[in-house]
Structures are given as C-alpha cells and as structure tokens.
Design a protein around this ligand. Sequence first.
Ligand code: HXC
Length: 372
Amino acid sequence: MDKYDDLKKKREASKLGGGQKRIDKQHSQGKLTARERVYLLLDENSFEEIGAFVSHRSQDFGLDKVHFPGDGVVTGYGKIHGRLVYVFSQDFTVFGGSLSESHAAKICQIMDLAMKNGAPLIGLNDSGGARIQEGVVSLAGYADIFYRNTRASGVIPQISVIMGPCAGGAVYSPALTDFIFMVEDTSFMFVTGPNVVKTVTHEEVSSEDLGGAISHAEKSGVNDFTSPNDLDCLRNVRDLVTYLPQNYSEQAPIKKIRSSFDEKKTEKIKTILPDNSTLPYDIREVIDCVVDDDSFKEVKSDFAKNIVVGFCRIDGKSVGIVANQPTVLAGVLDIDSSRKGARFVRFCDSFNIPLLVFEDVPGFLPGTDQEW
Ligand code: HXC
C-alpha cells in the first residue's frame, strides 16, 4: 500500500509540472498548460503517457536541489478522430520548457515510436531553448532531434505547434517539419531574441515584429496557420490531420459528405471568370465551385498571396490545390510564391496526395531583386 501511495503522489506531482503558481501565471497570460493542450488535441481518454517520472541528470548550477517529474515535457501517444498520433508537449512552467538531456531523450523516444509505427508526430512547443545550466549536453540533445526530423521527413507527417515564446534551439526543429501553427500574441519564434539583436546589431525590434505569428505568416512564410488562441489552434491541428495519410505508404482517409459534382456550383464559374483575360478574379471562388463544400483548407494564406495552395476534398478524397491568384500581382510567379508552391507540391508528392492545378499566370516577375 505504501508503494501504491508513493506512486499516486508521484503521479500527482508530475501533473503539477513547475507548480500551481507557475500554472496560474501561464493561465493569466491566456496560455493553456502542456497537459491541457494534449487533452484538447487528442480524442477524449485516448492519451497514454510515457516517461512521466523522468527527471534531469545534471548536478550543476543548483540542479541537484530541484527536480520536476517529467522534466518539462509531456510525451506519449493518443488518437485524433480515431487515428494514432505521437505527441510531445513542452511545459513552460518547468525551467521555461527548456531542453535538457533527459527532456531531449523523451522527445527522441516519441519520434522513434512514431517512425516505427508509421504515425504522424505532433510537437507542441513552448520552450526557451537549450537549458542553459546543462550547456553542451543540452545542445547534443538538439542534434539527436534534428537528425530524427530529417530521417522522418517524407516518411511520416510532422506538425509543429508554437504555443509560447520559443527561442534558440527550440525553433530549429519546427522549421524542419512539414507544417507550423502559431497563436497570435502569445507565440514567438526566434533564433536570437530582441535583446540579443539589440546588443549585436543595435537594431530595436519588438518580439512581435521579430518573431510573432503575424510576422512569420506574412514576412518569412514560416507560419502556415495562425489562430487567435490555444483552443482554436489545437482544433485547427485536428482538422489538418484529417487531410493527411498516416505515413508515406498509405492514402489519406476518405470523408464523404456528398458527391462533389454539383452542376449549379460549377455553372457559377461562368459568372466569376471575366470575359477579358486581363481582368482579375479571386481564384478561391473558383476553387470553391469545384471542391466538396467547405472543404478547402488554405496553407500559408498570408504569405506570397499571388499563389494559393491548400488541401481540399473532391468526392471525399484528399486533394492538394495549387493555383495562381490573379487578384495579387496578376498572379505572377516570383521567388516567394515559387518556394511556397514547391514546398507544398513536395509534401503532397511524399504523401500520395494528388494535385489539382489551376493555371492562369502571366509569367515571372521581372526585376533585379528577383534575378539576384
Ligand atoms: C533555462 C530558462 C531558459 C533556458 C527560460 N528559462 N529560458 N531556464 N534555460 N533556455 C527560465 C527563466 O530563467 C525563468 O525561470 C522561467 O524559465 C521563465 O522565463 P521568463 O524569462 O520569466 O519568461 P518570459 O519573460 O516569458 O521570457 C521567455 C523567454 C526568455 C523569451 C524564452 O526566458 C528567454 O529569453 N530565455 C532565454 C532564451 C535563450 O537565450 N535561449 C537560447 C538558448 S541557446 P525563473 O526561475 O526565473 O522563473 C540555444 C542554442 C541551441 O538554444 C543550438 C542548437 C544546435
């Protein structure tokens, strides 16, 4: 019985992460905790945790005196709409979600299992980067993660969700994955934060301008999907997964709502397309006429808007759309739109998702910037 009580106590402690005070702080900033996020992301009662009692090994800089079961990351597997996924969720209440040797080993274990069992990997990131107290041991942990990201690329879908101020090593891995989700106002991605930027280059910039959700959606194109809060973001991740197969050797699931061929809908195209080929029209209206109702999920909608890419369903089957957008720069191709299109096509190619291409393009954008 003593042992059972001991186990119960350990379980309770691991659920509290860095303690109630820090959980309250997280909530007061409009952020959910690592555990709340996992429960909302996955189907009810489907989460199986692994490594809840793992703790850090380092003894330096006072780390021998304080231990948090789980070491700042919740890892395990569960289901989304009944399909298996592997998940890690970093806990900002424990050393700012920073990555230690043990924390990295937990993430690597989940990545290995996802590869072995051919299921998507979803990372909920909320981390200040390498755990400073651990030095190079922590950095080596990043190498192990990045190596696995590259091995998994094109084999299983990898999704990164940025849900807090992610700095340093915490942002390299997401950049290697297939899709990035960000939350407005509370999530940031930067290799070096505003203070380091100011010290080194004397440039003054806010966190928001440097690496907020909007900056990465509009300027760098790193952010694929923006959400107003954690809840909406996690719902959005669940939705994206429905368009994807489990791995490179499978097909995406079929979600049949109704036959996609609707004469009234396709007739509408005539009213959208102008008689004069130099006049603009919104290609998204044409896409809506062709695909299953409300099934178009645009990717990188705020970046390189002269091309539109995203997933849809046709007769219930997942299809990738690539379309020139005549309302922006007359749909011309430039470097950003080419890279946006190419990256999306490469993903669809890796995961057996057929492409539907709408072409209406005047050519390449001329100019020195483009040539250089
Ligand atoms: C250890 C960290 C930490 C880190 C934050 N904390 N980042 N502890 N290692 N990397 C701790 C803080 O000391 C603090 O502890 C608690 O987490 C909350 O942090 P705050 O600063 O109070 O939160 P906030 O104001 O929201 O700022 C978040 C932040 C900031 C922007 C992430 O903490 C920050 O700038 N952290 C350092 C980021 C950084 O330089 N990372 C790069 C590491 S090098 P207490 O106990 O005081 O509350 C790297 C290189 C990788 O990653 C190379 C890979 C090859």
